[in-house]
Unconditional design. Sequence first.
Length: 445
Amino acid sequence: MEQRIDAKLERSLGPLMLWGLGVGYVISGMYFGWNLGLPAGGTLGLAVATLFIALMYVFFVFAYAELACAIPKAGGAFDYADRAFGPGVGILTGTAQWIEFLFAPPAIAFAIGAYFHEFLPAFPVLTIAATAFLVFTVLNLIGVRAAARFELFITVFAVIELLIFAGVTLPRLDPSNLTSNALPHGWSGVFAAIPFAIWFFLGIEGLANVAEETVNPGRNILLGFGTSIATLVVLCVLTFVSSVGVAGWEAIVFPVAGMPETSDSPLPLALSKIVGKGHLLYHLLLTVGLFGLVASFHGLILAAGRVTFELGRNGHLPRFLGRPHARFKTPASALILNAIIGSIALISGKTSELITIACFGAITLYIASLASFFRLRKCEPELLRPFLAPLYPVTQGLALAIAVISLISMFYFNPRPGLAYLAMLVTGSIWFYSRTRISAPKEAS
């Protein structure tokens, strides 16, 4: 019978490194991607969508922190759903989580390739993106502490750059730019913009996947989640308002007025309206902007490796994927597999669709995790919970309602990527489940 591999990861992460990881997973969402929701929603549509999604994330994060502190395992949502509902729902949730963390990095890799291509036009975007997968997979192989230190370093630079950008653009803000053509397709644009509002925050749940490598997880995971979400909400508001306020939303979506081509570089477009493309600040933004993209890319590779590791450790993926490297104590085989799959996804060249598929996985994960939260509160009241999510059950219920509405809206407005996601979710879940002849034994709390 298939048995769970008894393999442990090294504990070495404290609260500061967790903040670096939590913000780093997400911060690329401030630099690109979110602006692709503006043609559908306009300023007001995307703003309203972002407001509700931000509320969902704040309420979700504290429920998720409770789960992570009580069940500090590398599988995150997979482990919570498995404990709450059994292996069927656990596998479904783990598959959704795997899809999220597999498809978000290629989308970011495209943006990294586009940024580097500005400086090195002789190298194709795809070549640069594939090279990024190789470099940061190797860095993650070396060790989680080295990876987290690097993540903290580049995240600090990325945050400082966003604050500099806001400091330069806010004095030039014209309120009329925030209201011009603010709702181009009516209120339905709010729902159409949801995936790109999610992109502002997608990935913060990856903190739960390093709980097994965290010193005193019952305390530090909570600190990591709390400080990360607070930082991200502030940066989201500053970036959104300062970008659109310079010259209106069209100016940060379409590089050439009147042309349908969209841009993955909203901040450079906004800054160019103030200082021009030859200015030192413009080149500084391009250079340091890479730190934000690299922070999320590197961080999500780290989190994805832990998800794949846990699926292998529980027998849903080949068992060798659930064994840490003998020397570095990192999920080496899992990281290599993810890099191969991510590099294949790069061939599609569809940044918007990769973002949307990743968001489908994320929303499914949030719904399953919140359901697990309620289930475990009811069925396992004796479970040791170092932290209890506040305002139970009101805020968690509101987060769940927003997540369900978001999922329905995403399927309605994005049927093609939605069907692709559904096919991957069902196929992956069936395959994972077929590999498991016996449920992995539960560990003591």
